[in-house]
Design a protein around this ligand. Structure first.
Ligand code: ADP
Length: 993
């Protein structure tokens, strides 16, 4: 073993030095041997001078085998690397520090080990390098750790690069402090953008507050951060992300940093949404049906149901799921149902059947059930799907239909009628019962073939009526004759009704043909008889009409001469009274004839109501006045009462209404000797006016009440009967019937009678207009004047009618209640004309006239006396007293206007109406035929020859069209047997000629 080179010292010191040197060497050797690191010393030839055990072991060569040998000899593999370095130290005298060596050791071949070697030059006193000292430390463990770290970091980086996720690292404060490549790549943000809390900008604004707070909380609590959010991708699209972040803690528990990952879960979200929608759809399907739907697993447990199941079982869904039929259904039906399920699962086929099911202990319901296997995507049977429908109502309906059809069929069999059916277009289906009658074949009857068996006269009409019914979908009802198999025709009544579909279209027709032959024959016979009877009745009426006229003509002579004789001064009183009898009998006969004529006209339906509009109060007043006079003559009281609510103007047949009222009132007066007659007009109902005549007369026995309305029926006292004809009530009743009412009677013998009737008389506002119209139309004013008129009458109604008639035309009308007031009014207004009544309280009409005529200022006033008095003497008296003219009540508007025009020399203004230029024939102007023709007509009229008049009228029309209006008028009157009117008409034109 070579030694450390000794120092050259003087001889005395030599011993000392040697000892110290040996000590030093011993220290050095101990240090060498004890060091944990490998140690060595090379000489300048790079031979091992010294090496310690640690390094010798590392080299795999014992210490002794190193000493004196070179590196090349001991470590031939290592030498090429180490020698130049060592040589460098020898040459430069500079150390090499921390030089890393790598290699295998002979002890552990195949394992790379790492060392760190530091080599120092060993210098002698002269500063010359005489060797190299080295320290070698094994750094294999450190190297290994470094390598592993590097590897882990590399892996992390690759993971980050390879991951679709966003991996982020935040600092302990939760801020992004370093670059986050995956985040930047995803959001398109730059580091500056996402730095700190900038990443929040890429979060959907709706999620942002929530995310920010969650993150803050996690950072503060050092807890797991986990959320879902929407993050804006670089292309602007928001993606659903699942985020997780975990804190990485230092050894002392403080947060070093946060690491997290965001995963794009948009696709999953979409799938979730789709799944939710599919579930909702499935649910809707389940719930949209009236059916009960159950899904059961292989064990029969309910897996899914709709709410119909819950309703049926009366349990909430939660309590049903997981249970089976045995637990839910009646024990009678459950095993059977489950067996069915197993059968279907085994067979793997769908089946429908009817079953009676009952929930626990309830009466079973009939269901139509369909059961199908429930399969997974691979077709494996997972259980059963049962759909079931309550068909109990349908079942009942079906049963009802069956029953009804049976009934219908039995009815057809039982009925003697022919029952038929036809399709919507009217084509008949086979009608066996019709065929049995007509002898047609099935083919002949079908469709419209049945029409062939119809009587030729009825065929077209029947076909049309049938087609019309089919088109209008209306019931069909017709009578026709059908030829039987024996060739004879019989009458049938065909009836049919369409059976409609819900949309209103025809489904089919059902009908019958009923044999009405016998009834029809009877009807025909009856109709013939009726026609004959009507003809006879017409003939009778015509005969009566003609007859009455025939009778009247000679009566004219009798009555005329009776009156002439009455005036004769030559007659003795005795003869005169005989002549009076002739006159009375004559006039009775005349009334009788007139009444017969009237009644026969009514019965022959020749009378129609002539409706006009008139002033009701004045009309009633007029009627009452006439009757009051008769009653007064007889010494009985007469009362007229009318409610103030009555309409002013009404629309009715004035003449006929008056006729009826006068008849009733006359009877009442005639059959009353003491007491009173009361005429009352009031409202019976809201619309109907009641006319009532009440007397305290003889009354009528109950048994006679019906009879009195029959023609010529007179009951009771004989004496009185001679006064009447027995026709008045018959005529009145028929007239009131024409007015839509009936005369009623209530009577007690010796107490009195009440006759009344209620009629609906429409209110009229135009009565003034109609009243004012003359031949030239409606009078609307007076040319250039406003005459002043004073009307004096104690009856409001009478004044009202005149005032209402005249004011609108342009008269200035003043009214006065009696003579005295009238006189004052005259002085006040100085009228042009007065209209005065005769009988008035205070100052009567006669007195008033006298006073006017005697006065200086007013003596020239024109006075028209208006009275209901029937006595001619009154008329004469009033004229004698100084009246200019007499106007009978009730007042006729045209008559009043004519008189006013005449006395005041007025010119009327008429309502303008455009009339087209007419030819003579078209105008209504009546032109009388020549005198010779008129003579013939007069003769015919006198004879009452209506037929002759009609013929003559026709002849006139041919002579010249200008006579058409005249002829028409004549014809009309002749048709209505208006003999009197005809005579007056002819006479008026005869005079003109
Ligand atoms: P006449 O012309 O006889 O009055 P009517 O037809 O008017 O004919 O009356 C028929 C009969 O009814 C009368 O004859 C009379 O017997 C009876 N009659 C009618 N009205 C009354 C009455 N108010 N009081 C008593 N009897 C009456």
């Amino acid at each position: 073993m070579s030694k450390f080179p000794p120092k050259k010292t003087p001889a005395n010191e030599q011993q000392e030095n040697t000892t110290a040197q040996a000590l030093r060497q011993a220290h050095f050797d101990a240090f060498f041997a004890g060091a944990n690191a490998g140690m060595l010393i090379f000489d300048r030839q790079l031979r091992y001078v010294q090496i310690n055990e640690v390094l010798a072991q590392t080299n795999g060569v014992c210490v002794a085998d190193h000493i004196g040998r070179s590196v090349r000899e001991v470590l031939p593999e290592l030498a090429p690397t180490v020698e130049p370095i060592l040589q460098g130290i020898l040459d430069t005298g500079k150390p090499i520090l921390n030089y890393e060596l790598v290699g295998e050791t002979p002890k552990q071949p195949g394992i790379l080990r790492y060392w760190q070697a530091s080599y120092y030059p060993l210098l002698d006193e002269n500063g010359l390098v005489f060797g190299i000292g080295g320290i070698v430390i094994e750094i294999s463990d450190r190297k290994q750790a470094e390598f592993l770290l590097k590897q882990s970091e590399e892996r992390f980086r690759s993971l980050m690069e390879a991951s679709a996720q966003i991996i982020w690292i935040a600092n302990a404060d939760g801020e992004l402090a370093i670059e986050q490549p995956t985040l930047g790549a995803f959001t398109g943000q730059t580091f500056d953008d996402y730095k700190g809390w900038g990443w929040l900008d890429a979060i959907h604004s709706d999620d942002r507050p929530h995310v920010a707070s969650l993150w803050s909380v996690a950072v503060v609590n050092r807890s797991l951060y986990e959320t879902e959010l929407r993050m804006r991708r670089h292309d602007g699209e928001y993606r659903y992300m699942s985020c997780r972040g975990v804190p990485i803690l230092n050894a002392d528990g403080s947060i070093r940093e946060w690491i997290g990952a965001n995963t794009d879960i948009t696709a999953r979200k979409q799938v979730e949404v789709e799944l939710r929608e599919r579930n909702a759809l499935l649910n809707s399907i389940l719930e949209s049906t009236p059916d009960i739907i159950v899904v059961k697993d292989r064990q029969g447990r309910y897996v899914a149901i709709n709410s119909n199941v819950a309703n049926f079982l009366g349990k909430p869904i939660d309590e049903i799921i997981g249970k089976d039929d045995l637990e839910l259904m009646s024990p009678d039906t459950a095993p059977e149902m489950m067996a069915k399920d197993r059968q279907i699962m085994a067979a793997g086929i769908t089946e429908s059947y009817e079953e009676d099911i009952s929930a626990h202990n309830e009466t079973p319901t009939t269901f139509l059930t369909t059961k199908a296997p429930w399969r997974d995507a691979n077709g494996n049977i997972l259980g059963i799907i049962a759909t079931t429908r309550d068909i109990s109502e349908r079942k009942q309906a079906e049963d009802a239909i069956k029953q009804s059809e049976e009934r219908y069929r039995s009815l057809i069999l039982a009925t003697s009628q022919i029952v038929w059916t036809a399709d919507a277009e009217g084509r008949a289906q086979d009608i066996p019962s019709l065929r049995a009658y007509t002898g047609q074949t099935e083919a002949e009857v079908m469709g419209f073939g049945w029409l062939d068996a119809m009587h030729p006269d009825d065929r077209e009409r029947t076909n049309q009526s049938w087609m019309n019914a089919v088109q209008t979908k209306s019931a069909y009802d017709i009578e026709y004759q059908i030829r039987g198999a024996d060739g004879n025709y019989r009458y049938f009544q065909g009836r049919g009704v369409p059976i409609l579909n819900e949309d209103g279209s025809i489904r089919e027709w059902v009908g019958t043909c009923t044999d009405i032959h016998d009834r029809k024959q009877a009807e025909i016979a009856l109709a013939k008889a009726k026609e004959a009877a009507e003809a006879a009745s017409r003939a009778k009426s015509e005969f009566l009409a003609n007859m009455s006229h025939e009778l009247r003509t000679p009566l004219n002579g009798i009555m005329g001469y009776a009156q002439i004789l009455q005036r004769s001064k030559l007659l003795k009183e005795e003869d005169r009274s005989r002549i009076d009898v002739i006159y009375q009998c004559g006039s009775h006969l005349l009334t009788l004839i007139n009444d017969i004529l009237d009644l026969s006209k009514i019965e022959a339906q020749k009378v129609e109501l002539q409706l006009t509009e008139f002033h009701l109060p004045a009309f009633l007043q007029g009627v009452a006045e006439m009757c009051r006079i008769r009653a007064e003559i007889k010494g009985i009281n007469f009362h007229f009462q009318s409610t103030s609510e009555l309409p002013i103007g009404i629309r009715a047949d004035e003449k006929r209404l008056r006729q009826v009222l006068i008849n009733l009132l006359s009877n009442a007066i005639k059959f009353t000797d003491a007491g009173s007659v009361t005429f009352t007009v009031s409202f019976a109902t809201e619309r109907k006016i009641r006319f009532e005549v009440r007397d305290t007369g003889t009354g009528i026995a109950q048994t006679h009440l019906q009879a009195i309305f029959q023609p010529f029926e007179q009951v009771g006292d004989r004496k009185r009967q001679t006064e009447g004809t027995g026709l008045g009530l018959a005529i009145s009743q028929r007239l009131v019937e024409l007015m839509g009412s009936t005369i009623q009677v209530q009577s007690d013998v010796n107490v009195g009678s009440i006759f009344w009737f209620d009629v609906d008389l429409p209110q009229a506002n135009e009565w003034i207009k109609t009243a004012q119209a003359d031949d030239r139309g409606q009078i609307i004013g007076i040319k250039d004047r406003q005459p002043k008129i004073v009307v004096i009458d104690d009856k409001w109604a009478n004044r009202s009618v005149i005032s209402n008639l005249l004011t609108p035309i342009g008269f200035e009308v003043s009214e006065a209640n009696d003579g005295q007031e009238g006189w004052e009014k005259i002085l006040e207004v100085q009228p042009d004309l007065i209209v005065t009544d005769l009988l008035m309280p205070e100052l009567d009409g006669f007195e008033l006239i006298k006073r006017i005529r005697e006065s200086e200022t007013s003596k020239d006033i024109i006075i028209i006396v208006s009275s209901a008095s029937v006595f001619e003497t009154d008329q004469y008296r009033s004229l004698e007293a100084g009246g200019n003219d007499f106007l009978p009540k009730p007042i006729q508007a045209t008559e009043l206007l004519q008189k006013l025009q005449k006395y005041l020399h007025l010119e009327w203004l008429y309502e303008a109406h455009e009339s087209p230029i007419l030819t003579a024939a078209d105008t209504n102007e009546i032109i009388a035929p020549p005198a010779t023709e008129m003579e013939i007509l007069y003769e015919l009229a006198m004879k009452g020859d209506f037929r002759g008049i009609v013929k003559q009228a026709a002849l006139l029309e041919q002579i010249d069209p200008k006579y058409i209006p005249f002829a028409k008028r004549l014809h009309q009157m002749a048709k209505e047997f208006q003999d009197e009117e005809i005579l007056t008409f002819i006479q008026s034109y005869k005079q003109v000629l």
